[in-house]
Design a protein around this ligand. Sequence first.
Ligand SMILES: *[C@@H]1O[C@H](CO)[C@@H](O)[C@H](O)[C@H]1NC(C)=O
Ligand SMILES: *[C@@H]1O[C@H](CO)[C@@H](O)[C@H](O)[C@H]1NC(C)=O
Ligand SMILES: *[C@@H]1O[C@H](CO)[C@@H](O)[C@H](O)[C@H]1NC(C)=O
Length: 366
Amino acid sequence: MNTFLVGLLTLCILATFVTCDPHAAPHKSIYNRKTKLVEKAAGTPRGECPNDQYTGSGMVTSPNFPSNYGNGDSCAYFLTAPDGYVIQIQFLTFTTEACCDFLYIYDGPSPIISPLLVRLAGSNLAKTVYSSSTRWMSMQFTSDQTNNMQGFQANFSSVDTANPCNRDVVIAIDGHSTLGTEANYHKQIAFAANTLVTNWTVGSTGIQVGPVLYFTDESEEFNLDDAQSVTDLQNIFNGFRQHPIAGQDLDSMEVAFSLVTGVVDTDFPFKQGWRTGIQRVLVMFLSFPPNDDADLQAAKVHTDKIISQGAIIVLVGLNSNVNITQMIPLSSGPNYVLGVNDVSQLNAAFAMSISSALCQLPASTP
Ligand SMILES: *[C@@H]1O[C@H](CO)[C@@H](O)[C@H](O)[C@H]1NC(C)=O
Ligand SMILES: *[C@@H]1O[C@H](CO)[C@@H](O)[C@H](O)[C@H]1NC(C)=O
Ligand SMILES: *[C@@H]1O[C@H](CO)[C@@H](O)[C@H](O)[C@H]1NC(C)=O
């Protein structure tokens, strides 16, 4: 590693006409330059390294592809998926000298420090899909001084491997006395902990969940990165059981929605763990109607705000206090409001409806 970094640094210093500013236009990289400089000096027929930085999805090839790669090639490739996604790569064609020309694929951002996923050489490779475990994959192609072949062409994509989808989700548990009984409150929590999230891929490369308990004019909040597993999440939800709903009377729908949307509001980033480029979703359980139409409209000001910031709002009515039709304007649309007449009706099928609601992107999203 040291030798390599020193080499790069020396190259930067020697080649003062070359910018080593990492923010420079992403055309030719240090790696290409190194190749070219050595090529000039040694006069060997090296291949021209393709670009080394790749994001999202696309195609990577060996040097000179579809012509043969050169002798003594050394090219690096850095593939980056959006936060929370992983890189998957699949070879459409692969032919190298089996003994001596290798493509190394690393599970991580650097061919120097990341673990080796696979070393490929030869031909007739199965159409295996190689997958990184984080958002980064890197590769290094090297050829020796004889026998060059066509090399490889591969397509890669950024894949959402999370179940039900890759999202940053706030789940707001209702702690108001409008649930009726403590038993009803506990049924809500049991549903969240033991049915809704049991299948989810919880963690930084999956679906992140920040639980919130809201009641009267207070809330109890957890960060999005507090739970790294389903068990962590279940423990957080079960911790909410200690709160009694007796005496937690609704102030107004406006206060309740203000508390909960404030957690998602990008103007008040007091909750931590939001990932860049990941859809924010609020799943709000509720058991109360607005006090009057003015209260409903006041609550809508809060929901409109976070929707305009790009968040999705899914509302889950827990009893017949909640009029689904009336709540649609406070959500991301008719497909984003669900409800049961009684908390005893919360079941696995209903959980799957919530999961699909939170995974669908609103039509207005570009
Ligand atoms: C590569 O492209 C093929 C054909 O379009 C597609 O079916 C496959 O899913 C792609 N693989 C990856 C890893 O992007
Ligand atoms: C539910 O809300 C809609 C829209 O505000 C209203 O038309 C309807 O009468 C309400 N239903 C009940 C049962 O209150
Ligand atoms: C969990 O996943 C299994 C297998 O995909 C499915 O059959 C089951 O219905 C899911 N349960 C919930 C609550 O999503």
